[in-house]
Design a protein around this ligand. Sequence first.
Ligand SMILES: O=C(O)[C@@H](COP(=O)(O)O)O[C@H]1O[C@H](CO)[C@@H](O)[C@H](O)[C@H]1O
Length: 273
Amino acid sequence: MQCQLRRFINDSMTATTDLIVFTDLDGTLIDHDTYDWSPAQPALSALKGMSAGVVLASSKTAAEIIPLRQTLGLHQWPAIVENGAGILSPNGAETQDASQYNELLSILTKIPPALRDLFRGFGACSPEQVIDMTGLTAKAAQLAKQRMFSEPGLWLGTDMQKAEFLKILTAQGVTAQQGGRFLSLSFGTNKVDQMRRIIETYRPKHTIALGDAPNDVKMLEHAEFGVVIANPHRSPLPPLTGEEDGHILRTKASGPMGWNMAIHDLLDRLELH
Ligand SMILES: O=C(O)[C@@H](COP(=O)(O)O)O[C@H]1O[C@H](CO)[C@@H](O)[C@H](O)[C@H]1O
């Protein structure tokens, strides 16, 4: 991890930018159901034209984000993986160490089966089951299973049973975060931890963050402008800190369409067009 961080800092020494956009993926830059991002292309091109940074920040794995970052032409920027547990350096495709993931799975095996069986995690699922739960292609599901730090899964029990499950996990240093679809277990990391580190390194004049789910909230609150992207598949996020002072915006359109409109709106406001 140390070596990875040093490499990230060295690689980013040369890049300077007035604006960095931190963006969640599923339900935000990428459509919740179809995983299509093309409606956001005009705004992505506008950001590229002004050399703004775009940092992908997701609960997705490094294996998933590396090809996506390349396809989007964003490989010159770092990316935040597995809810902030890992970071990909600019242009990097680091092999990350899976020891934290293995430890997490081992903690899960020690939970009483009556509770443990109510959590359907990716690790215990066949590739076919992951495809069913996510709607990903077979290839994409295989990349989503290559986890190093965190375990997403569906909670199948009641809220009370979930509280009991999480209490046992908390005692072992494991925390849970809700993404657009899944409850993700990890050793306490959040996207905002890596966001702070990236801001310290690049020192942009402006920052924008976009997201749709509870695992994005801290990142949205930390940005100069946080954009809550509408997601009709889930209940809206409650009022965020700073919402009353206008630094949090909410889109009407969902996914990449909302993303596109919000970025154009903010580039106008910041007079960065
Ligand atoms: O946690 C979730 O609900 C989703 C979406 O995460 P983000 O909104 O991109 O942080 O991430 C999980 O499911 C995805 C497929 O729907 C997988 O691609 C991810 O690996 C997994 O973490």
